[in-house]
Design a protein around this ligand. Structure first.
Ligand SMILES: Cc1ncc(COP(=O)(O)O)c(C=O)c1O
Length: 375
């Protein structure tokens, strides 16, 4: 192992103001899963996303997906179309509800759900008498999904979209922020995300009645009675007021964080694209990615592994791109519509260290190592 310090893929990066909001929670004894920090954090996200979005802060992105699917009416034995190329948390909540995932492969332009394959699945499932109940589209690595095409398919067949923008806070399409494209949007503030509350998430919706219902469901579905009365099964999914304090501090620096991650991408691209073995995912016209993680595509699995192992020896963390859900042992019984795109990305792709706290010297260390392997 090299004596160099460990370089992480995406580590938390505090802005400096976080502790003052956390201290305030302590000083005022708001140590609860509600309180002024939670309210303020929600307001800040809402004004950042715009489009009149209502925000409910939750304890994870996964719980936001779970409640989101519930709000879209997903129940036992319903079919839910889900982008295959993603992290398992996009798909697991389908099973929490007893519903059935059908995985859809990606398009080459965005690496996100292929609208044409999605439409093919919709048509075939409707013919079988099993109209899908919802579509989960992901803005993976910060790249918006093809909302123009997919949203028109969603309207045509009257099937709502849950937009998993866990990785895409600060990304946009034609100036509209990720999180606002689907009928329901989801963000994650897990430790590795562009901003973090250590653990946390949010559900986004344009409908005030939906956000009111989510708030009720996330706080144990308590009826409006003086005693504890429940007419529905609830969840304990609300965000802590202490952690929301970290979130407010992080929202003070969100623009800087997006800029830094995009700068990382540009620097990697400028320094590595002369290598014939390495390519990058460009932004299609009108797409703006927060470049949460910079990903490279090599020309073979072997080359990908050579680079990953060389980086590891230098004490640098890198990671293969997400293993698609249709290749996961846990989903081996699930139906899927594939076109080879995500198989190929999984074989040849690698995520490089992308934290907003990395220096140019850090990035250069990664670049030198890759150049050595590829030349
Ligand atoms: C695409 C995607 N969806 C969902 C999640 C789940 O978010 P959380 O970890 O906050 O539950 C994550 C990240 O962890 C993710 O990357």
């Amino acid at each position: 192992m090299s004596k160099n310090n460990k370089m992480w893929l995406s580590s938390p990066h505090m802005g400096g103001d976080e502790l003052s909001y956390v201290n305030e929670a302590f000083d005022t004894n708001w140590i609860a899963p509600l309180g002024p920090n939670v309210n303020m954090f929600e307001k800040e996200i809402s004004s950042f996303i715009g489009n009149g979005i209502n925000v409910v802060a939750l304890n994870s992105g996964t719980s936001a997906i779970h409640l989101g699917l519930k709000m879209l009416g997903v129940e036992k034995n319903d079919i839910v179309l889900c982008q295959s190329f993603t992290f398992s948390a996009s798909a697991n909540p389908i099973h929490y509800l007893g519903a059935i995932p059908v995985f859809i492969d990606s398009e080459k332009e965005t690496w996100n759900i292929d609208p044409e394959l999605a439409e093919q699945a919709i048509v075939e499932y409707i013919e079988k008498g099993q109209k899908p109940k919802a579509i989960i589209a992901v803005c993976l690595y910060g790249m918006p999904y093809n909302s123009e095409k997919l949203n028109s398919i969603s309207e045509k067949y009257d099937i709502p979209i849950l937009e998993d923008s866990a990785e895409a806070l600060g990304s946009s399409y034609k100036g509209n922020m990720c999180g606002s494209f689907g009928d329901i949007g989801v963000l994650s503030f897990n430790g590795n995300k562009i901003i973090t509350t250590s653990g946390g998430g949010a559900l986004l919706t344009k409908s005030k009645s939906v956000s009111d219902k989510v708030l009720y469901m996330a706080t144990q579905a308590k009826d409006e009675e003086v005693h504890y009365q429940h007419s529905e099964i609830g969840y304990n999914y609300r965000m802590s007021n202490v952690l929301a304090g970290i979130g407010i501090g992080q929202m003070n620096v969100i623009e800087d964080r997006v800029e830094s991650r995009r700068r990382n991408y540009d620097f990697y691209k400028k320094s590595l694209s002369h290598l014939k073995d390495i390519t990058f995912l460009d932004e299609p016209k009108d797409y703006y990615s927060n470049r949460w993680l910079t990903c490279i595509l090599t020309n073979s699995f072997k080359k990908r592994e050579e680079i990953r192992e060389a980086l590891l020896i230098e004490n640098i963390e890198s990671r293969p791109l997400w293993k698609p859900m249709h290749l996961q042992p846990v989903f081996s019984e699930s139906d899927s519509y594939t076109n080879g795109v995500s198989d190929d990305l999984f074989d040849k792709g690698l995520c490089l260290p992308s934290g907003s706290n990395l220096s140019k010297t850090d990035l250069q260390r990664v670049i030198n190592c890759i150049i050595k392997i590829c030349k």
